[in-house]
Design a protein around this ligand. Structure first.
Ligand code: UD1
Ligand code: CA
Length: 456
């Protein structure tokens, strides 16, 4: 059976006080709207899922951000209510399937919760997600009859004093067989306190048509929490991060403080790891068995091999770190860095497109860009690969076992042979053969009893 996912994302979200449409604000590095799309796409695979996003405010931008995904957009140029929003896609829904109605600003609804509602709708019933709140202020209330069956939803602004006491509220999330949704939505009017076409009015219609209304509740309140301003955005971000931290701990990560780690993407663990405070992960990160990450590291789209040690204040991006490597403190591995087993990168070292061989050491104050470095090489403090002539980039190659003296400039393109030695302070612009010593600096001149100038 087909499942249509209808995501309401037309609203302006003026309380965000932002140029960005509300649904594009991010939780865990991913837009709220994308969270909804991704969670919905995980509904049982037997379905053919069609995703409809109803856009309005800054619709071009929302569509541009989602470009490349299989999504049907419907434009709601005037926001005349949640029922009016759903009406925009009515003609595009499958005839026999069911629709799940979601909201682009309610980002954390779990796939399993969505699945329960869809399964209810598949049985020709209406599945409604409700929750009982200590403070139901502002929400639509669930009105039940004397048999505790749902009879209607009444909006805050239309509710009687008696109805306002009801603590069970409408989350807005529901699943409905399309044949009924078509009929009911086309019968909606806007004769209410807000002059809007309320989606919620279909509940009374379902009751009148003797269609069973089955309610479910989410596992956590945050699953149905909407975001209206940046305070609520931050609250959901923290909730999301707590969940990420919990997942990591359950998979074997020891976290120095689960409240001080941020995952903006996905972290895959290959074993037990240790993560100290204030570490940020972005994109896709894989951590091998025994990896240890010290405080204040930012690690993005990277693979860290087994038993590698990442010391404090290190940044790693689009790079791979081999087994048993030591990196940092204060190291910066930029895109295209690959460290082989047991390589060592020390403080204030920057690398970019650099392959560094097994056991090689780059311990202090160095820039290696567009470089291929063999095994057991020692790069002295202050070494710079001069990879850029102002127009083009060139490569530096250093053979196995070479020793580069401190404060050397290697002007690319240049090859340093295996076992070669470069004297400290050299500027090397010509190739150096295997095992050769090359010293390229002004010769030292010693003048005895030098008389310094004196003031006249
Ligand atoms: C709605 C429900 C209410 C429920 C609450 C949960 C209705 C009539 N009321 O109220 O029962 O308790 O959500 O948060 O449905 N939107 C559009 N186009 C429109 C109108 C709304 O895309 O024409 C989008 C908004 O951007 C928002 C969502 O739908 O993301 C909900 O709309 P909103 O006006 O905030 O509904 P509420 O008054 O909160
Ligand atoms: Ca709302």
């Amino acid at each position: 059976m087909n499942t249509d996912i209808i995501i309401l994302a037309a609203g302006q979200g003026s309380r965000m006080r932002s140029k960005l449409p509300k649904v594009l604000h991010k939780i865990g590095g991913k837009s709220m709207l994308q969270h909804v799309i991704d969670n919905a796409s995980a509904i049982a695979a037997a379905n053919q899922i069609n995703t409809h996003v109803i856009v309005g405010h800054k619709s071009e931008l929302v569509q541009e951000v989602l470009a490349g995904q299989i999504i049907a957009f419907a434009l709601q140029s005037e926001q005349l209510g949640t029922g009016h929003a759903v009406a925009q896609v009515l003609n595009n829904l499958s005839d026999t399937g069911v629709s799940l109605i979601l909201y682009g600003d309610v980002p954390l609804t779990q796939s399993s919760t969505m699945q329960e509602l869809v399964d209810i709708a598949k049985l020709d019933q209406l599945g409604l997600l409700t929750v009982t709140l200590a403070n139901p202020m502002g929400y639509g209330r669930i009105v039940r009859d004397e048999h505790q069956q749902v009879a209607a939803i009444v909006e805050q602004k239309d509710a009687s004093a008696e109805q306002l006491k009801i603590a069970e509220i409408n989350t807005g999330i529901m699943a409905v067989p399309n044949k009924f949704l078509r009929k009911w939505i086309s019968q909606l009017g806007n004769n209410n306190a807000q002059g809007e076409y309320y989606l919620t009015d279909i509940i009374a219609m379902a009751a009148a048509d003797n269609v069973a209304i089955i309610t479910r509740s989410p596992g956590a309140e945050q699953e149905v929490q909407g975001v209206n301003d940046k305070v609520q955005l931050a609250q959901l971000e923290r909730f999301y991060q707590q969940q990420q931290a919990r997942q990591l701990m359950l998979k074997g990560a020891t976290l120095a403080d689960p409240a001080r780690i941020d995952v903006r993407g996905k972290v895959t663990l290959e074993g037990e790891v240790f993560i100290d405070v204030n570490v940020i992960f972005e994109g896709d990160v894989v951590l091998g068995e025994g990896v240890s990450i010290a405080a204040n590291c930012v690690i993005k789209d990277a693979r860290i091999g087994a038993n590698a040690i990442i010391k404090a204040n290190t940044m790693i991006e689009h790079s791979s770190v081999g087994e048993l490597c030591e990196v940092g403190p204060y190291a910066r591995l930029r895109p295209g860095t690959q460290l082989a087993t047991k390589a060592k990168i020390g403080n204030f070292v920057e690398t970019k497109k650099a392959l560094i061989g097994e056991g090689s050491k780059v311990s202090h104050l160095t820039y290696l860009g567009d470089a291929q470095i063999g095994r057991e090489v020692n790069i002295g403090a202050g070494t710079i690969t001069c990879n850029y002539d102002g127009v083009n980039k060139f490569t530096t190659q250093i053979g196995d076992g070479a020793f580069i003296g401190s404060n050397s400039s290697l002007v690319a393109p240049v090859n340093i042979g295996a076992g070669a030695t470069i004297g400290a302070g050299s500027t090397i612009s010509k190739d150096v053969a295997d095992k050769q010593l090359s010293v390229a600096r002004g010769k030292q001149v010693n003048i005895k009893n030098w008389q310094r100038p004196v003031k006249k």
